[in-house]
Design a binder for this molecule. Structure first.
Ligand code: NAD
Length: 545
């Protein structure tokens, strides 16, 4: 089926950021979410693969559990076999033949409908799945699984409209046009555990532009990924446009990355995994039909640097919210802070006081500010960093972890006197903030340290009330962060407002949810039509004088 005939430049509905709901006591959204959470706790869906619109049950089954209650099974899911991956690639190619002939507005309509479903009937389900499966609080689930995913779907449509509207000039007697074709082959979309919205965005952005995707969701976010897939199907996504293939990432990647039809990679996750995928593409480069587009948003070691003029209450709050929300498991989480000696005692005491006030526990209890970290592997890794902090630095607050019923880690503040200490350099991906206190007269030197301490360049913030100091930080840290904040925490980017992505080891910086990203999924064809062709091959300069 290709698009229905339609003449007219269609005007898009107004596309704005989805308003964030408060979930305050007594609000209708709180009641709806609580009731969906209670029901979902009793459900245990058996999650299939979806290939060419068909549900596939392989019989090779794994269990998914709640991070904050790891004895509780939230779902079981079928793992892909090699033949399923091959079938998904074939199905993507078949679906693409028809899908790429649809008018873009008809593809867009599916994402706009998906956004509307998510904003209404699906809202409690997607939030509850993200809470139970990934241990997000109600608010963190709202800003991720609901608002950010709605924003990706709606605003990508607006950005695609702008891209399609960008047409070349034409001189007299001809008509020049740009045809933005979806990528040939399939896009391999590999998504991380920490944002349900990224799961929904990575396979659909290439689809909006006329391509098709093989989506390998994160095993640790399988529940919310499954509901995302079901929602897309309900919104009318045709069979094969997104194939849902959970399973062993190494086996699936080996098949997908060596296939001649690989059109692109849309990845978000850790730096090491992305680098290994890029290497595989390099090794296979002569086997592909096209050069695969490679887009990857990866790790971070995000900073806050304070000037002596910083507003102390704002700074302390940014450290706590930026460092500990979602247990520090945001790629943008503040994890290294640089504070001048003169204000350190007050900043430290405020942060410690807030940490003491933070409740960590089951996200079903809405008074908790933090849930659990994602799994045992993360718990062990973070516990290792805590042990290092106790041995080689000073733990000022928190510092303990408990994995008995859930993978809990206390919010932790550590101080070091060594600017090259490993907790200031490596991505921990947990609720651990390390502080380095500098002499007030070493502002310029400290900016250099911030810039050169880690291989990443994702997010960072400066706190200052002195405009000259802000200018200096701006200049010295120009390449240290793809998202730079002034007097704000380095987390919480909103689609359309703060396009997100970093450079250096943090990724290709194609800014998820922007025109820059969508352009990576289009291959431009330039069309020149001459109305009256030349009929004489001689040029005037060739005439005899
Ligand atoms: P991860 O790298 O462990 O996993 C990401 C995805 O890659 C998952 O689907 C996983 O199954 C798959 N994968 C794992 N090993 C693989 C392999 N050998 N070959 C192919 N695929 C493989 O990351 P995660 O723990 O899910 O997410 C956390 C990481 O993601 C952090 O480093 C964080 O900074 C990063 N992240 C970055 C951004 C950003 O926008 N820059 C956003 C979110 C998360």
């Amino acid at each position: 089926m290709s698009s229905a005939p339609f003449d007219g430049n269609r005007r898009l509905p107004p596309l704005v950021n989805e308003p964030i709901r408060s979930y305050a006591p007594g609000s209708p959204e709180r009641a709806a979410l609580k009731s969906r959470l209670a029901a979902m706790e009793k459900e245990c869906p058996e999650i299939p693969l979806v290939i060419g619109g068909k549900e596939i049950r392989t019989g090779d089954i794994e269990k998914a559990t709640s991070p904050h209650k790891h004895g509780h099974v939230t779902a079981t899911w079928h793992k892909a076999r090699p033949e399923d991956v091959k079938a998904a690639i074939k199905s993507s190619a078949e679906a693409q033949r028809d899908w790429s002939t649809w008018r873009w507005e008809d593809r867009a309509a599916i994402l706009l409908k998906a956004a509307e479903l998510l904003a209404t009937t699906w809202r409690p389900t997607m939030a509850a799945a993200t809470m139970l499966g990934q241990s997000k609080t109600a608010f963190q689930a709202e800003i991720d699984a609901t608002c950010e995913l709605i924003d990706f779907w709606r605003l990508n449509v607006a950005f695609a409209g702008e891209l399609y509207g960008e047409q070349p000039m034409s001189s007299q007697g001809m008509w020049n046009q740009t045809d933005l074709r979806g990528l040939e082959g399939f896009v391999y979309a590999v998504t991380p555990f920490n944002f349900t919205a990224i799961g929904g965005n990575l396979p659909t952005a290439p689809a909006l532009m006329g391509g098709t995707s093989l989506w390998k969701p994160s095993n640790a976010a399988i529940l919310s990924s499954w509901y995302t897939m079901k929602l897309l199907i309900e919104a009318g996504l045709p069979p094969g446009v997104v194939n849902f293939v959970p399973g062993d990432p190494i086996m699936i990647s080996d098949i997908a990355l060596s296939h001649p039809d690989l059109g692109g990679i849309h990845f978000t996750g850790s730096t090491t995994v992305f680098q290994s995928m890029w290497k595989t593409v390099g090794n296979n480069i002569s086997n592909y039909k096209s050069y695969p587009r490679i887009v990857g948003e990866t790790g971070g070691k995000d900073f806050i640097i304070a000037h002596p003029s910083a507003d102390i209450a704002g700074l302390a709050t940014a450290i706590v919210r930026g460092g500990f929300e979602y247990q520090g498991q945001k790629c943008s989480a503040a994890s290294r802070v640089y504070i001048p000696k003169s204000i350190w005692p007050e900043v430290r005491d405020r942060v410690i006081a807030m940490i003491k006030d933070i409740k960590v526990g089951d996200v079903n209890n809405f008074t908790n500010f933090m849930g659990a970290v994602i799994d045992k592997r993360a718990h062990d890794r973070i516990t290792g960093y805590l042990a290092d902090g106790k041995k080689n630095a000073k733990v000022l607050a928190g510092g303990t972890a408990n994995g008995e019923t859930g993978w809990f880690v206390e919010p932790t503040l550590i101080q070091t006197e060594d600017p090259a200490y490993r907790l200031l350099c490596e991505e921990i991906f947990g609720p651990v903030v390390t502080a380095y206190v500098y002499d007030d007269n070493k502002w310029a030197e400290t900016l250099k340290i911030v810039d050169s301490t880690s291989p990443y360049a994702l997010t960072g913030a400066v706190f200052s009330r002195d405009r000259k100091a802000i200018h200096e930080a701006h200049a010295a840290l120009r390449n240290s962060a793809g998202n730079f904040y002034i007097n704000d925490k380095p987390t919480g980017a909103i689609v359309g407002q703060q396009p997100f992505g970093g450079s250096r080891a943090s990724g290709t910086n194609d800014k998820a949810g922007s025109k820059m990203n969508l352009m990576r999924w289009a291959s431009a064809r330039t069309v020149k039509e001459t109305f009256v062709p030349a009929t004489e091959h001689h040029y005037p300069f060739m005439d005899a004088e």
